[in-house]
Design a protein around this ligand. Structure first.
Ligand SMILES: Nc1ncnc2c1ncn2[C@@H]1O[C@H](COP(=O)(O)OP(=O)(O)OP(=O)(O)O)[C@@H](O)[C@H]1O
Length: 258
Protein backbone atom coordinates (compact mmCIF):
# COMPACT_ATOMS: atom_id res chain seq x y z
CA UNK A 1 0.00 0.00 0.00
CA UNK A 2 3.02 2.33 -0.16
CA UNK A 3 2.84 5.39 -2.36
CA UNK A 4 0.06 7.00 -0.30
CA UNK A 5 0.16 10.30 1.57
CA UNK A 6 -0.85 10.88 5.17
CA UNK A 7 -3.11 13.93 5.29
CA UNK A 8 -4.48 15.74 8.33
CA UNK A 9 -7.14 18.30 7.41
CA UNK A 10 -8.30 20.99 9.82
CA UNK A 11 -7.77 18.70 12.83
CA UNK A 12 -8.77 20.03 16.24
CA UNK A 13 -8.65 18.36 19.63
CA UNK A 14 -10.06 19.46 22.95
CA UNK A 15 -9.94 17.66 26.28
CA UNK A 16 -12.43 17.97 29.13
CA UNK A 17 -10.57 18.10 32.41
CA UNK A 18 -12.16 18.94 35.76
CA UNK A 19 -15.30 20.21 34.00
CA UNK A 20 -13.28 22.54 31.78
CA UNK A 21 -12.87 22.15 28.04
CA UNK A 22 -9.42 22.91 26.74
CA UNK A 23 -8.45 23.11 23.10
CA UNK A 24 -4.99 21.60 22.54
CA UNK A 25 -4.94 21.41 18.72
CA UNK A 26 -6.31 24.22 16.56
CA UNK A 27 -7.01 23.42 12.90
CA UNK A 28 -3.91 21.41 11.97
CA UNK A 29 -3.37 20.94 8.22
CA UNK A 30 -0.44 18.68 7.44
CA UNK A 31 0.40 16.42 4.51
CA UNK A 32 3.24 13.90 4.47
CA UNK A 33 3.84 12.63 0.96
CA UNK A 34 5.45 9.30 -0.04
CA UNK A 35 9.22 9.49 0.24
CA UNK A 36 9.10 12.31 2.81
CA UNK A 37 10.09 12.43 6.44
CA UNK A 38 8.33 15.28 8.20
CA UNK A 39 9.57 16.08 11.70
CA UNK A 40 7.21 17.60 14.25
CA UNK A 41 9.00 19.98 16.58
CA UNK A 42 7.67 21.98 19.52
CA UNK A 43 7.98 22.68 23.22
CA UNK A 44 6.61 20.29 25.85
CA UNK A 45 2.84 20.40 25.77
CA UNK A 46 2.61 21.96 22.29
CA UNK A 47 0.56 19.00 20.99
CA UNK A 48 3.06 16.74 19.17
CA UNK A 49 2.03 13.46 20.83
CA UNK A 50 -1.65 14.34 20.51
CA UNK A 51 -1.14 14.93 16.77
CA UNK A 52 0.63 11.58 16.40
CA UNK A 53 -2.03 9.73 18.43
CA UNK A 54 -4.76 11.23 16.25
CA UNK A 55 -2.83 10.39 13.06
CA UNK A 56 -2.53 6.77 14.26
CA UNK A 57 -6.25 6.48 15.01
CA UNK A 58 -5.42 5.84 18.69
CA UNK A 59 -7.61 8.79 19.70
CA UNK A 60 -10.27 10.55 17.60
CA UNK A 61 -9.97 14.23 16.67
CA UNK A 62 -12.67 16.58 17.97
CA UNK A 63 -13.12 17.69 14.36
CA UNK A 64 -11.31 17.38 11.05
CA UNK A 65 -10.19 14.40 9.02
CA UNK A 66 -7.21 12.05 8.69
CA UNK A 67 -6.65 10.23 5.40
CA UNK A 68 -4.17 7.76 4.02
CA UNK A 69 -4.36 8.38 0.30
CA UNK A 70 -8.07 8.78 -0.41
CA UNK A 71 -9.21 6.70 2.58
CA UNK A 72 -10.38 8.51 5.71
CA UNK A 73 -9.22 6.41 8.67
CA UNK A 74 -11.85 7.55 11.18
CA UNK A 75 -14.89 5.38 11.91
CA UNK A 76 -13.76 2.39 9.81
CA UNK A 77 -14.99 -1.07 10.71
CA UNK A 78 -14.07 -4.70 9.97
CA UNK A 79 -11.75 -5.38 7.04
CA UNK A 80 -11.34 -1.69 6.16
CA UNK A 81 -10.25 -0.96 9.73
CA UNK A 82 -7.77 -3.85 9.68
CA UNK A 83 -6.30 -2.63 6.39
CA UNK A 84 -5.96 0.93 7.63
CA UNK A 85 -4.18 -0.33 10.77
CA UNK A 86 -1.74 -2.32 8.67
CA UNK A 87 -1.09 0.77 6.53
CA UNK A 88 0.26 2.56 9.62
CA UNK A 89 3.51 1.34 11.14
CA UNK A 90 4.49 2.65 14.55
CA UNK A 91 7.95 3.21 16.03
CA UNK A 92 8.09 4.29 19.66
CA UNK A 93 10.75 5.72 21.96
CA UNK A 94 11.21 2.25 23.42
CA UNK A 95 11.56 -0.56 20.82
CA UNK A 96 9.02 -2.78 22.68
CA UNK A 97 10.63 -6.06 21.57
CA UNK A 98 9.97 -9.43 23.19
CA UNK A 99 13.39 -9.93 24.77
CA UNK A 100 13.29 -13.72 25.12
CA UNK A 101 12.38 -14.21 21.44
CA UNK A 102 14.70 -14.19 18.44
CA UNK A 103 15.16 -11.00 16.45
CA UNK A 104 13.45 -12.57 13.40
CA UNK A 105 10.36 -13.60 15.35
CA UNK A 106 10.07 -10.04 16.67
CA UNK A 107 10.10 -8.79 13.07
CA UNK A 108 7.52 -11.42 12.13
CA UNK A 109 5.15 -9.86 14.66
CA UNK A 110 4.77 -7.02 12.15
CA UNK A 111 3.10 -9.42 9.70
CA UNK A 112 0.53 -10.81 12.18
CA UNK A 113 -2.20 -8.33 11.25
CA UNK A 114 -2.42 -10.03 7.84
CA UNK A 115 -3.25 -13.42 9.36
CA UNK A 116 -6.19 -14.16 11.59
CA UNK A 117 -6.32 -17.94 11.21
CA UNK A 118 -5.55 -20.31 14.08
CA UNK A 119 -2.21 -21.51 12.65
CA UNK A 120 -0.96 -17.93 12.54
CA UNK A 121 -2.12 -17.30 16.08
CA UNK A 122 -0.08 -20.35 17.12
CA UNK A 123 2.95 -18.71 15.47
CA UNK A 124 2.93 -20.73 12.24
CA UNK A 125 3.22 -18.14 9.52
CA UNK A 126 3.56 -18.68 5.76
CA UNK A 127 7.12 -19.13 4.51
CA UNK A 128 6.72 -15.97 2.39
CA UNK A 129 6.32 -13.91 5.56
CA UNK A 130 9.61 -15.27 6.93
CA UNK A 131 11.25 -14.23 3.66
CA UNK A 132 9.72 -10.76 3.95
CA UNK A 133 10.84 -10.46 7.58
CA UNK A 134 14.40 -11.40 6.56
CA UNK A 135 14.28 -8.78 3.78
CA UNK A 136 13.21 -6.19 6.35
CA UNK A 137 16.08 -7.19 8.64
CA UNK A 138 18.44 -6.84 5.69
CA UNK A 139 17.12 -3.35 5.02
CA UNK A 140 18.06 -2.30 8.55
CA UNK A 141 21.45 -4.03 8.26
CA UNK A 142 20.83 -6.72 10.88
CA UNK A 143 20.16 -9.90 8.92
CA UNK A 144 23.13 -11.60 10.59
CA UNK A 145 21.45 -11.21 13.99
CA UNK A 146 18.17 -12.91 12.94
CA UNK A 147 18.57 -15.86 15.33
CA UNK A 148 19.88 -13.86 18.27
CA UNK A 149 17.69 -13.17 21.33
CA UNK A 150 16.30 -9.64 21.21
CA UNK A 151 17.35 -9.07 24.85
CA UNK A 152 21.02 -9.18 23.77
CA UNK A 153 20.77 -6.20 21.37
CA UNK A 154 22.13 -2.72 21.98
CA UNK A 155 19.62 0.14 22.14
CA UNK A 156 20.39 1.24 18.58
CA UNK A 157 20.14 -2.31 17.21
CA UNK A 158 16.85 -2.85 19.05
CA UNK A 159 15.38 0.32 17.55
CA UNK A 160 16.47 -0.80 14.06
CA UNK A 161 14.70 -4.14 14.68
CA UNK A 162 11.60 -2.17 15.72
CA UNK A 163 11.82 -0.34 12.38
CA UNK A 164 12.17 -3.70 10.56
CA UNK A 165 9.03 -4.90 12.42
CA UNK A 166 7.15 -1.80 11.26
CA UNK A 167 8.38 -2.38 7.66
CA UNK A 168 7.16 -6.00 7.81
CA UNK A 169 3.63 -4.62 8.05
CA UNK A 170 4.19 -3.26 4.52
CA UNK A 171 2.84 0.10 5.65
CA UNK A 172 2.21 3.25 3.62
CA UNK A 173 2.95 5.46 6.60
CA UNK A 174 5.29 5.23 9.58
CA UNK A 175 4.62 7.28 12.69
CA UNK A 176 7.69 7.61 14.91
CA UNK A 177 7.31 9.07 18.40
CA UNK A 178 10.72 10.24 19.64
CA UNK A 179 12.45 7.21 18.09
CA UNK A 180 15.95 8.29 19.16
CA UNK A 181 15.20 9.71 22.62
CA UNK A 182 16.99 6.93 24.48
CA UNK A 183 19.92 6.48 22.08
CA UNK A 184 23.47 7.84 22.16
CA UNK A 185 24.39 10.35 19.40
CA UNK A 186 25.91 7.79 17.01
CA UNK A 187 23.01 5.36 17.34
CA UNK A 188 20.53 8.25 17.01
CA UNK A 189 22.23 9.37 13.80
CA UNK A 190 22.11 5.81 12.41
CA UNK A 191 18.40 5.46 13.15
CA UNK A 192 17.59 8.81 11.49
CA UNK A 193 19.70 7.92 8.42
CA UNK A 194 17.80 4.62 8.26
CA UNK A 195 14.37 6.28 8.53
CA UNK A 196 15.28 8.77 5.81
CA UNK A 197 16.52 5.97 3.57
CA UNK A 198 13.45 3.74 3.99
CA UNK A 199 11.17 6.73 3.34
CA UNK A 200 12.94 7.38 0.06
CA UNK A 201 13.61 3.82 -1.10
CA UNK A 202 10.22 2.39 -0.14
CA UNK A 203 8.22 5.49 -0.95
CA UNK A 204 6.86 5.70 2.60
CA UNK A 205 5.41 8.76 4.29
CA UNK A 206 7.08 9.19 7.70
CA UNK A 207 5.87 11.57 10.42
CA UNK A 208 8.33 11.75 13.29
CA UNK A 209 8.41 13.62 16.62
CA UNK A 210 11.89 14.72 17.67
CA UNK A 211 13.34 16.94 20.39
CA UNK A 212 16.78 17.07 18.76
CA UNK A 213 16.72 20.08 16.45
CA UNK A 214 20.09 19.32 14.84
CA UNK A 215 18.99 15.80 13.86
CA UNK A 216 15.69 17.17 12.58
CA UNK A 217 17.46 19.79 10.46
CA UNK A 218 19.81 17.23 8.95
CA UNK A 219 17.35 14.48 8.18
CA UNK A 220 13.87 15.93 7.67
CA UNK A 221 12.33 16.70 4.31
CA UNK A 222 10.24 19.31 6.13
CA UNK A 223 10.04 20.67 9.66
CA UNK A 224 6.56 21.23 11.09
CA UNK A 225 6.65 23.47 14.16
CA UNK A 226 3.82 23.23 16.68
CA UNK A 227 3.31 26.15 19.00
CA UNK A 228 0.54 25.94 21.60
CA UNK A 229 -1.45 23.59 19.37
CA UNK A 230 -1.08 25.62 16.18
CA UNK A 231 1.18 24.94 13.21
CA UNK A 232 3.72 27.77 13.31
CA UNK A 233 5.59 26.64 10.17
CA UNK A 234 5.81 23.74 7.76
CA UNK A 235 8.95 24.26 5.68
CA UNK A 236 12.08 22.57 4.33
CA UNK A 237 14.81 22.74 7.00
CA UNK A 238 16.86 25.27 5.00
CA UNK A 239 13.93 27.73 5.14
CA UNK A 240 13.43 27.52 8.92
CA UNK A 241 15.31 30.37 10.56
CA UNK A 242 17.00 30.29 13.96
CA UNK A 243 14.49 32.97 15.05
CA UNK A 244 11.53 30.78 14.07
CA UNK A 245 13.02 27.91 16.09
CA UNK A 246 13.77 30.14 19.09
CA UNK A 247 10.20 31.44 18.97
CA UNK A 248 8.87 27.88 18.91
CA UNK A 249 10.53 27.11 22.23
CA UNK A 250 10.14 30.55 23.85
CA UNK A 251 8.62 30.65 27.34
CA UNK A 252 5.68 32.82 26.26
CA UNK A 253 4.60 29.83 24.18
CA UNK A 254 4.22 27.78 27.31
CA UNK A 255 2.11 30.47 29.00
CA UNK A 256 -0.19 30.73 25.96
CA UNK A 257 -0.64 26.96 26.01
CA UNK A 258 -1.51 26.86 29.71
N1 LIG B 1 -5.60 12.72 27.96
C1 LIG B 1 -5.43 14.04 28.16
N2 LIG B 1 -6.32 14.72 28.93
C2 LIG B 1 -6.19 16.05 29.13
N3 LIG B 1 -5.20 16.80 28.59
C3 LIG B 1 -4.29 16.18 27.84
C4 LIG B 1 -4.34 14.78 27.57
N4 LIG B 1 -3.30 14.44 26.78
C5 LIG B 1 -2.61 15.58 26.55
N5 LIG B 1 -3.21 16.62 27.18
C6 LIG B 1 -2.75 18.03 27.13
O1 LIG B 1 -2.65 18.41 25.78
C7 LIG B 1 -1.55 19.28 25.58
C8 LIG B 1 -0.64 18.71 24.50
O2 LIG B 1 -0.04 17.52 25.02
P1 LIG B 1 0.92 16.59 24.15
O3 LIG B 1 1.28 15.42 25.01
O4 LIG B 1 0.31 16.35 22.83
O5 LIG B 1 2.17 17.57 23.98
P2 LIG B 1 3.64 17.23 23.45
O6 LIG B 1 3.99 18.35 22.52
O7 LIG B 1 3.68 15.85 22.91
O8 LIG B 1 4.49 17.34 24.77
P3 LIG B 1 5.86 16.57 25.20
O9 LIG B 1 6.95 17.16 24.36
O10 LIG B 1 5.99 16.92 26.63
O11 LIG B 1 5.64 15.10 24.98
C9 LIG B 1 -0.85 19.41 26.93
O12 LIG B 1 -1.26 20.60 27.54
C10 LIG B 1 -1.36 18.21 27.72
O13 LIG B 1 -1.43 18.49 29.09
Amino acid sequence: MNGESLVLSDVTKSYDTAGRRRMVLHGIDLAVRPGEIVVLLGANGSGKSTTLKIASGMIPPSSGEIRIGDTPIGGLKGEMRRQSRMALGMVFQSPRLVGRRAVLSNVLCGTLGRHQDLASMAGILPRSERGLAMDCLEQVGLADLAAQRASTLSGGQAQRVAIARALAQRPAVILADEPVASLDPDAAEEVMVLLRRVAREQNLAILCVLHQIDLARRHATRLAGLKAGRLAFDLPPADVTDEALADLYARETMREAA
